[in-house]
Design a protein around this ligand. Sequence first.
Ligand code: KIV
Ligand code: ZN
Length: 492
Amino acid sequence: MEKKIIVYDTTLRDGEQTPGVAFTLEQKLELARALSELGVDIIEGGFPINSGGELEAVKKISEEVDATVSGLARALKDDIDACLKADVDLVHTFISTSPQHLKYQMGKTEGEVYDMAVKAVEYVVDHGLPCLFSPMDATRSEFPYLLKVCKGVEEAGAKTINVPDTVGVMYPSAMKTLMEKLRKEIKIDLDIHCHNDFGMAVANTLAGVEAGCNQVQTTINGLGERAGNADMEQVVMALHIIYGIDTNIKTERIYPTSRLVERLSGIRVMPNYPIVGDNAFAHESGIHVHAVLKKAETFEPIKPEMVGAKRRLVLGKHVGVHGIEAKLEELNISVEPEQLKEITSKVKDLGCKGKHVVEEDLIAIAEDILGMVPHEERRVALIDLSLNSRLSKKPIASVILRVNGNEKKATEEGVGPVDAALSAIRAAIGREEITLEEYHLDAITGGSDALADVTIRVGDGKTTVTARGVHEDIVMASVTAFINGLNRLMRL
Ligand code: KIV
Ligand code: ZN
């Protein structure tokens, strides 16, 4: 168990096979650089035979990144030639070995498939490159035939054999048994590639490691065909923390890399997703917050900073005084014990009404109870806003604000009305460095007259704050949230 596990990342190949995902060449390069910085050992850059663009992308990745770059190839000469043209460091060739794939997918006999597998590996080796071989649908293959093909490619010079659970039908004990049987017979490196159709891809991958695999195939955010592949973040952190097995992954780069993949793939990470989900390090319940603030390990099996994430104390119906006290401290607001109790009970009341309570709500409650900064003393206040939405041109917004007692005006264009209005506000206060880092819109009720509930994160390069605005008009809800955020930023 003391051996280091090699991390083979297939985000740019199997991950890109996620329905609806296609990366441009520039995006593939940006992702490959991020994966290399993250410390993955091997990046599967793509499937070069697929198209000229794909071949070019894999070639550019090979030129640019430090990690080993592989290309995928069916067990066919043309596919392997495309990998060679893409200058990969390693060729990953595959052919199916299960009875259903032989009969329905390829219409070939076991003998024909065996010959194709061996010939493909020999062809790669003859061209001086290391070869990774995958018997596709290995986990539904008959073991004697699977073993025969594995032995054949081992003899032909393959460097590593990857065992794909192509349709994700394994469970951990079965995977461990299968990999142990192969481990006994095969001398070269064993790799494992699990799909998540029954939600067991990570567990099956770890079972493979228990059985002696020294390489794992994973994707960032678990992207991949159908329900995806084994998730890199979970496999690596489980190896490091639960199994005590090392990899070359720089774990503090996990969170930013996951966010990059989320942004470029357009596939949102579920809030309750392990390691990188928004809730992975969020605590709301009073009991948990109280304990975590005293000793993080009480309810945190992983330190958030270890994966580049941050702990979040959430305000809501389960919050307790300790959570509110910590949050108020973060906001530089000091309160007496009685006031703290009152603020906590108001936050809980809001939570009980089903409201998503954000920092801005807490501040408003605290201000109310402490009599701090009354509304009329806010540094920035909206006096007027007019919008001109033009059919074939960009919309224009004009604002009049009161900023520290002085009237300020500005007019700006934007890609949409919200963008125009926020740009005009930014211009009026003369703070171009202020940026909108996150924007989230909810409709509180159904129908076209629904209340728009906008939550934003706004920052000035040094500090970032959360703010909220609710209005029946989306632009006004956004403007209110932005101005609330500005007031907070300018007070800190
Ligand atoms: O799932 C699978 O079988 C694959 C192979 C190409 C390894 O992705
Ligand atoms: Zn796959």
